[in-house]
Design a protein around this ligand. Sequence first.
Ligand code: NCD
Length: 301
Amino acid sequence: MRSVIDILDLSVEELDELLAVAQDIIDNPVKYQNACAHKKLATLFFEPSTRTRLSFEAAMYELGGNVLSVTGGNTSSVAKGESVADTAKTVSCYADIIAMRHPKEGAALVAANNASIPVINAGDGGHCHPTQTLADLLTIKREKGGFGLCGDLKFGRTVHSLINAMSRYRDIRFILVSPEELKLPSYVKNETLKKYGLPYVQTTDLLEYLPEMDVLYMTRVQRERFFNEEDYLRLKDTYVLTPDKLKTAKTDLCIMHPLPRVNEISVAIDHDPRACYFKQVLNGKYMRMALILKLLKEAAV
Ligand code: NCD
């Protein structure tokens, strides 16, 4: 049974195929409106979410399918001590496909190993978040040049998945901007940037490198992954993008953020043509539609 736990579960050809299907959905929505009729998506979200869960659910509805939803550990048998494996086996009796978010790294893999239907990882702890990367890939207009990632590169799972995906393109130079304490984990660096010999710089200085960037991917400091509130408070506002700071940036810079934003991007930037983060939200729905379609089609053969 085909599941998507890591962005690397999808080949470059499959990513291209998903991008093409998403574009076709945007151009011809009517063609897809019954594509998943009588199919059920179960969204199992054991961590807070607005965009990802609603995006999966909107995607399924727009494909003519139905949704079963569990939110928060307190309203399901997880609160009684049920394992992820048993939950996955149970939900396989009711639904055709699962999207799951869980605070523990590896939980989606455990679910996939026990479910008899496809499982899509909608974020597992600080590990990865492949469908956010699908949204990101539809938003990034070119796969070359200076690719800046800024903020919490340690705990930000969207960053880990995106670097994994972008490492497959050869004309990119990564600019990793973070406080010392929130640097990209070495396992991500070793398995991607170093493995493929991709050029990168690590810096704490956003302004020094901003003029070189074609894409700037801002992220929030992941409060829920900190052991210590004092550390969070000290680091949370390290980078705040304001119109003033953007003066030295390229005129066609693509400013992204997986959202939710806390303070990282001033609302005064929202109307700047370079702000792409709400477009990114919409793109997430189309890419999730394309992914649900693909996995259900593969499960049917
Ligand atoms: C991200 C996540 O959950 O990792 N949000 C999202 O899915 N759009 C980023 C974040 O929470 O900061």
